[in-house]
Ligand binder design. Structure first.
Ligand code: ZN
Length: 238
């Protein structure tokens, strides 16, 4: 159909013209993207600091949880270096509302994890929940976007609204108002534990530093009978 072909060509020219006026930039290194590049330039796509933790069961993220929680496997896609391209990428991801970045990174990580027998057996993917107020401000949970991208490649189901953040408000009556406020610690709870019984759950977050949030979530998840837990994040902060 010459007409459709012509339209396609025209649309291609138009896209080129628009990108001349408003060049799309790589979300990691800010270089101009060329045709067929999307979000990341080819150089970043191949040369960002991949951890390859999926090939190292004893990696540094896994080590963080030794003796604290029982984890089948732990992984981070990239090393996070201050001032580096991964920081720039995470900044775009977090503050510019780019859902596509989370999805793309989830796809890239998912392709790696698919090669690993443990990660390939994941049933559910659960993002660390944002506080409701933050979710409202930001409009989306960035870890959930990463989870979606992972789920596509791992053939797993993203489970939202099961692991939830609650505010603990018990036995504080004798404390001063300020101390009470200080003590309003956020904790996590599993809303529908029976759905996760005997399942392999992949808990995901954007950046792992001390691992304390992941640990708090894991403790709750591991109370579910027969649940096996693995952890994946986009970056590990060195
Ligand atoms: Zn780049």
């Amino acid at each position: 159909m010459p007409y459709i072909k012509g339209m396609k060509l025209l649309r291609g020219y138009l896209a080129d013209f628009v990108s001349l006026l408003f060049p799309q930039l790589c979300s990691a290194c800010n270089a101009s993207l060329v045709a067929n590049e999307h979000i990341l330039c080819s150089d970043c796509r191949y040369n960002l600091p991949y951890t390859n933790f999926h090939t190292q069961p004893d990696n540094i993220v896994a080590q963080q949880f030794y003796g604290k929680i029982s984890v089948e496997a732990a992984y981070a896609l990239y090393f996070f270096n201050k001032g580096g391209n991964v920081q720039n990428l995470m900044h775009h991801f977090k503050y510019r509302g780019m859902h596509q970045i989370g999805n793309l990174l989830g796809n890239i990580a998912g392709r790696q994890l698919k090669e690993n027998l443990i990660f390939n057996s994941v049933d559910y993917i659960i993002p660390v929940p944002l506080h409701k107020k933050r979710l409202k401000e930001r409009g989306y949970n960035q870890s959930a976007c990463f989870a979606d991208g992972l789920a596509e490649k791992l053939n797993a189901t993203v489970e939202l609204d099961n692991l939830i953040r609650v505010v603990a408000t018990t036995t504080q009556t004798h404390k001063s108002r300020f101390a009470r406020f200080e003590n309003m610690q956020e904790v996590f709870t599993v809303d529908k534990p029976q759905r996760l019984e005997g399942k392999h759950v992949l808990l995901v977050d954007d950046i792992v530093t001390t691992g304390s949030t992941l640990e708090a979530c894991s403790i709750e998840l591991l109370k579910v009978p027969g649940l096996k837990l693995s952890i994946a994040t986009i970056a590990y902060a060195v």
